[in-house]
Design a protein around this ligand. Structure first.
Ligand code: AMP
Ligand code: MG
Length: 421
């Protein structure tokens, strides 16, 4: 045993050497910038939800497509119902889907269903609830105006008009409009493709009984979920043992199929740090970021593919994703920015000096808000200890509480910045 500081493995890097979380995030953002330019592909409209339009889309048809009835009722000429009450003979019935070519004989009415074509010659529809009919005639009680309950073609969108702009992230309402004009496919940008590699001899998958010393692999599943929820396509989720040969093989497969690779574990100062041991010699930058959890981080470019290496503790992995990947990936996918609030703390907190701390918190809402209205958060309470292994505790959180690096203690009521998970 020696108390002498060593220069090789096992020494603690000085705090001053740690980069700020913001500076590290900026480095990653710059590295990911080329991913903003994506190839274009054509996808079926039903599969295009959440995808980003690559081109302006113009309506290929008018909407409404043809002149049709807005109500179940009786198509008439307004001039036939000027003097009321008036009883008109019934000249026919037009169902939705009928070709509707038969003209309305003057002085008669035709029964029409919502969406049925207006017979040529008719100019308004008297709703069924405003008439009396015996099946052969219809009695109209008051005068109507031309155009009433008639939907004219092209009043929603005209052929050739802009339906959705390039860059739009397709929500259900856009899918509805694309479907209504009968488009089968749309040009969209290919999403970013990510591969995930977890590491650790102790990890097993769900469904396998745990032997002594083993735990379930949660980071692979968690990262895949986080990526999917933020507009990224997950092409593979693999697990490596702590054997460098195994990790190397999975890494080369991942960089072949993905635009970005995420690894978990094997980046700190233990004896078997497979990620650092393999990627370090490949030019990877492994070091400390001044934050907790998520301090040890690695960044490597392998065959042109960025590889982000997060520490293995499950909360560290999730927080690393939140801080270093999620905002950037959302921007690249055209998704709305992560929501940030400033709210008072419900609990007093302590925080390590010189490290930005991300605590797991739950928003407390104002109970007096009108029912059904969005309630503004009133405060935030800490829901779990600071330990980076407390992944079950994190499930109760809906925000991360961002405690600045310089802060060591915050009293109850102190305003803090939080962001929605
Ligand atoms: P490491 O960064 O590899 O030293 O791992 C740190 C801690 O996180 C250890 O307790 C690991 O067992 C745990 N851990 C690493 N990877 C995973 C994973 N994929 N799922 C769950 N826990 C993990
Ligand atoms: Mg490990």
């Amino acid at each position: 045993m020696t108390s002498r500081p060593t220069t090789s493995g096992g020494h603690r890097p000085s705090r001053a050497a740690a980069r700020s979380a913001d500076a590290y995030r900026d480095t990653i953002e710059a590295l990911l910038r080329p991913l903003a330019t994506r190839p274009v592909e054509s996808v079926a409209v039903p599969a295009a939800l959440g995808r980003r339009l690559a081109e302006d889309i113009h309506a290929p048809v008018d909407l409404p497509v043809f002149r049709n009835s807005a109500m179940d009722g009786y198509a008439v000429r307004a001039e036939s119902v000027v003097l009321t009450p008036v009883t008109l003979p019934l000249a026919g019935v037009v169902a939705a889907g009928a070709a509707g070519q038969t003209p309305l004989p003057p002085g008669t009415a035709m029964k029409v269903m919502t969406g049925a074509p207006i017979p040529p010659g008719a100019d308004c529809v008297v709703p069924v609830e405003d008439v009396h009919s015996d099946g052969a005639t219809v009695t109209v009680e008051r005068g109507r105006t031309a155009g009433e309950f008639v939907r004219e073609p092209g009043t929603d969108v005209r052929t050739g008009e802009l339906l959705a702009r390039a860059g739009t992230t397709l929500a259900p309402r856009h899918i509805a409009a694309l479907a209504a004009v009968g488009l089968a496919t749309v040009p969209v940008f290919q999403p970013i493709r990510a591969a995930v590699i977890t590491t650790g001899d102790e990890l097993v998958s769900a469904g396998t009984p745990l032997r002594p010393g083993q735990i379930y692999n949660s980071n692979g599943i968690a990262l895949a979920a986080a990526l999917t929820a933020n507009g990224v396509t997950v092409v593979s989720v693999e697990h490596s043992t702590d054997d460098p040969a195994r990790f190397r093989a999975l890494l080369s497969a991942a960089t072949e199929s993905a635009d970005i690779v995420f690894t978990s574990g094997g980046v700190s100062k233990g004896d078997f740090e497979v990620v650092k041991d393999v990627l370090g010699p490949m030019g990877g930058e492994f070091g400390s970021v001044a934050m907790q959890p998520g301090g040890p981080q690695g960044l490597t470019v392998v065959d042109g593919v960025p590889v982000l290496s997060f520490p293995g503790n499950p909360v560290s992995t999730m927080v690393s994703f939140e801080v270093f990947a999620r905002p950037i990936l959302r921007r690249l996918a055209g998704l709305p920015e992560v929501e940030v609030y400033q709210v008072p703390l419900r609990n007093a907190v302590r925080s390590p000096e010189g490290r930005r701390q991300f605590l797991r918190g739950r928003l407390v809402h104002d109970d007096d808000a009108a029912p059904g209205l969005h309630r503004n958060p009133e405060a935030v309470e800490v829901v779990s200890g600071p330990g980076s292994h407390l992944i079950a505790g994190m499930a109760w959180a809906d925000v991360l509480i961002d405690v600045p690096a310089a802060v060591t203690a915050l009293p109850v009521g102190a305003p803090v910045r939080v962001w929605l998970l």
